[in-house]
Design a protein around this ligand. Structure first.
Ligand SMILES: O=C[C@H](O)COP(=O)(O)O
Length: 263
């Protein structure tokens, strides 16, 4: 059986762009993608705005029947109740969020989210029908001490052991040392770890799950280096931070097929 994994180009805005700026950014992104005849059925595009922007993004996407998907940058492991400041997966589902990021290294570092929390958040997203984008990755110290794959593989295992093997998830490999540094991993480094992550999926969930689950690379991705990553067998897309704030640059990343040979 041949399984086709549709590439996903995802833009994590982090704590940037208020709801007015979000409107302008999504409009510009949609206009640029349409102008370039973006083939949405061949390359999926998604944005992850701050929570306060989601309603505006939903309205724009709905009003204009845009094919751009969107999601939250985090969610609570709880469904609702006395959890001040938290956002439930069911709130995201009600806003038609297709995805939610879980376990981003910035959450792991600044909010002390460990593998247990990330696994519970993944389960919460799935419970509410929102596809989790599970982030894993090693720090520079991890890289030196354990090599590239050990930490991301361990982080992924913790999630796979906690949720059903039939689940629809996306995995994002983001070496922490490459995030926001301008120093991306090489395509070969990304492939090596993504291959190990796919093998981990096969071991935990079986070959079919490994073949259908998309694995993204993230860390200083831009239009000038995306083609190299997308040429790798086990890289199915990108989780883009800084470069996703510029709609023209983000749209150019989504046109990675046009850049083959420019890396
Ligand atoms: O979620 C996105 C990543 O943290 C990558 O960020 P970056 O593209 O700014 O390096």
């Amino acid at each position: 059986m041949v399984t086709t994994r549709i590439p996903l180009i995802a833009g994590n805005w982090k704590m940037n762009l208020d709801h007015l700026q979000a409107i302008a950014t999504v409009q510009k992104l949609a206009w640029t993608l349409r102008d370039k005849g973006h083939p949405f059925s061949e390359v999926e595009v998604a944005v992850f705005p701050p929570f306060t922007d989601l309603r505006s993004v939903q309205t724009l996407v709905g009003a204009d029947s845009l094919d751009v998907r969107y999601g939250g940058q985090d969610l609570s492991e709880h469904d609702g109740g006395a959890y001040t400041g938290e956002i439930s997966g069911q709130f995201l589902a009600k806003l038609d969020c297709h995805y939610v990021i879980v376990g981003h290294s910035e959450r792991r570092e600044y909010h002390h989210e460990d593998d247990g929390v990330v696994a519970r958040k993944t389960a919460a997203a799935l419970k509410h029908g929102v596809t989790p984008v599970v982030c894993v990755g090693e720090t520079a110290a991890d890289l030196e001490e354990h090599g590239a794959s050990a930490v991301p593989v361990g982080q992924l295992k913790a999630v796979l052991d906690a949720v059903d093997a039939a689940s629809d998830i996306v995995v994002a490999y983001e070496p922490v040392w490459a995030i926001g540094s301008g120093q991306a991993a090489t395509p070969e480094q990304a492939q090596q770890v993504c291959q190990a992550l796919r093998a981990t999926l096969a071991e935990a969930w079986g070959d079919e799950a490994a073949a259908r689950t998309r694995i993204l690379y993230g860390g200083s991705v831009k239009s000038s280096n995306i083609a190299g990553f997308m040429a790798q067998k086990d890289v199915d897309g990108a989780l883009v931070g800084g470069a996703s704030l510029d709609p023209e640059e983000f749209a150019a990343i989504a046109r990675f097929r046009n850049h083959v040979g420019t890396v």
